[in-house]
Structure formats: structure tokens, C-alpha cells
Design a protein around this ligand. Structure first.
Ligand code: SF4
Length: 256
């Protein structure tokens, strides 16, 4: 449930922005985010209150500022009344703001809604193993979802909710400018490709999303549900083939 206490709302909003990788807020952001306007019982995340000194690995400020502004817009979005009234916080995305690879999933679940970060539950643990096997780390890629708010009881996102959230996703990917996108599951694949084809038919091939190569594979939750069934091995091998196809797009050595 969206907290009614303004102090809790501010804290969730700050936590959500920090989880989204926002390190500072542009000057044009609402002043309520500044330390002197916060209720004194809430220590503001220090990282949000100043702009870090640039380093050689610091991404372009405009891109980071734009992502910060976008995450701020998402945190105050109420376009989907049911999701707005039941979410704990928005889940914008996490990872490298200038990634080669972006993973796009479906929507936050309960753990993600509580922590403000995508893929932190059981499915996230399986995703972490896939990322590690691929020779990658969560810090070097970027992970987000089609929906930035949790659907109640983890139901499937409604079509109008996906439509409402789509401009945020499109802008997010535009700012991230990845070299390849990996869609995790049918909802992400159908949304970005604009079709209704099943994931088993979509996977294993390369697509184009606004000039960015796109690969589709199974959602980690689907792989978890297949564990202990006769399909488990086949599905996991197919997922691994998709990951290798994704890695090839960025010239990465494909692990054996
Ligand atoms: S799902 Fe997206 S469009 Fe809907 S309320 Fe959340 S942020 Fe807004």
C-alpha cells in the first residue's frame, strides 16, 4: 500500500531513487528532496544531495541527469490507479548508466516492491547465476522492467498499464543507449517488439528495437517453475543459447 505518512513517502521515494542508481538530483527537482526540507527524523541519503566529482569512468553528466529526472518522474507517477495505490515504491532500474547490455523483465514482485530494485527475489538469484555464468556482473549491465510498479498479487500486467509505462521504458533505453537488449519473458518481448507471439517462438533469434539488437529468452521465474520437470534441462539450454547470442552482439567471449 502507498504509505500515507509523508515522511514515509519521502523516505520510500529517496530509497527508490538510490536503488535506481540516482546519485544526485538536478537543481530543477522539487525542493522537497533537499536535506533542509526533510523531516528531521529522516536522514537523507547523502549520495542524493550533491553531485559527485567526475572521474574518467563517470558517465556523461547529461545522461545521468536525464536518468535522475526520469526516475524522479516515475517515482511520482500515478497513471495506473491500482498500481499507484498498492505499490510500496516504484522500481525504476539498477546498474551501469552507460551499459553495453540492458536486461528488461516484466514487473516488480513483492521483494522488488519492498526493496525498490528489480530482480532481487528468487528469480533474481537465478538471474544472478546466469549473469555470472555469462562472465558479467550486475554492476556492468543495467536491469529494468516493462512496468515500474508491482501489480497486486503478482498478476500479469494489464495492456493499459504497459501502454502507460511504455514512454518511461522507451526513454530509459534511449538514455542508456545499450548495444544489445535481452528481454526476459514474453511480456517484455511482446511489449518491445509489438506482437503477441509466444516466447518459445520468439527466442533464439535477433530482432531490432529502434536500431538496437534485441534477443528474447525465458523469464527466470518460468525457468524456476520448470525445475524438477522433464522440460528443465531443455529450457535452461535454450536460455543459455540466447545468452550466448546476446554476448556475441557485444563481441564478448562466449563461455563454454
Ligand atoms: S506502472 Fe508505470 S505508468 Fe503505471 S503508475 Fe507505475 S510508473 Fe506510472
Amino acid at each position: 500500500m502507498q504509505p500515507t505518512d509523508p515522511r514515509t513517502q519521502i523516505k520510500h521515494r529517496l530509497d527508490s531513487l538510490v536503488a535506481a542508481g540516482v546519485e544526485f538530483l538536478p537543481a530543477s527537482s522539487p525542493v522537497a528532496i533537499r536535506s533542509e526540507t526533510l523531516p528531521e527524523t529522516i536522514p537523507p541519503p547523502a549520495a542524493l544531495l550533491h553531485e559527485p566529482a567526475p572521474t574518467s569512468s563517470t558517465p556523461p553528466v547529461d545522461s545521468r541527469k536525464s536518468l535522475a529526472l526520469l526516475a524522479n518522474d516515475v517515482a511520482s507517477c500515478n497513471k495506473c490507479p491500482e498500481l499507484f495505490s498498492t505499490r510500496t515504491q516504484t522500481v525504476f532500474g539498477v546498474g551501469n548508466p552507460t551499459p553495453e547490455i540492458v536486461f528488461v523483465g516484466e514487473a516488480p514482485g513483492g521483494d522488488e516492491d519492498r526493496q525498490g530494485e528489480p530482480f532481487v527475489g528468487k528469480a533474481g538469484q537465478l538471474l544472478n547465476r546466469i549473469i555470472e555464468k555469462a562472465g558479467l556482473t550486475r554492476d556492468e549491465i543495467y536491469i529494468c522492467n516493462v512496468l515500474k510498479c508491482r501489480p497486486p498479487n503478482n498478476r500479469k500486467p494489464h495492456a493499459d498499464e504497459c501502454r502507460n509505462c511504455r514512454p518511461f521504458l522507451d526513454r530509459q533505453i534511449e538514455l542508456l543507449a545499450p548495444k544489445v537488449i535481452l528481454c526476459l519473458g514474453g511480456v517484455a518481448a511482446n511489449n518491445l517488439l509489438g506482437n503477441t507471439t509466444g516466447i518459445t517462438k520468439l527466442r533464439g533469434q535477433l530482432y531490432d528495437y529502434n536500431g538496437v539488437p534485441l534477443v528474447c529468452t525465458y523469464h527466470p521465474s518460468y525457468l524456476l517453475r520448470a525445475e524438477g520437470t522433464p522440460d528443465e534441462r531443455k529450457l535452461k539450454f535454450e536460455c543459455w543459447d540466447d545468452v550466448k547470442l546476446m554476448l556475441k552482439q557485444v563481441g564478448r567471449t562466449v563461455p563454454g
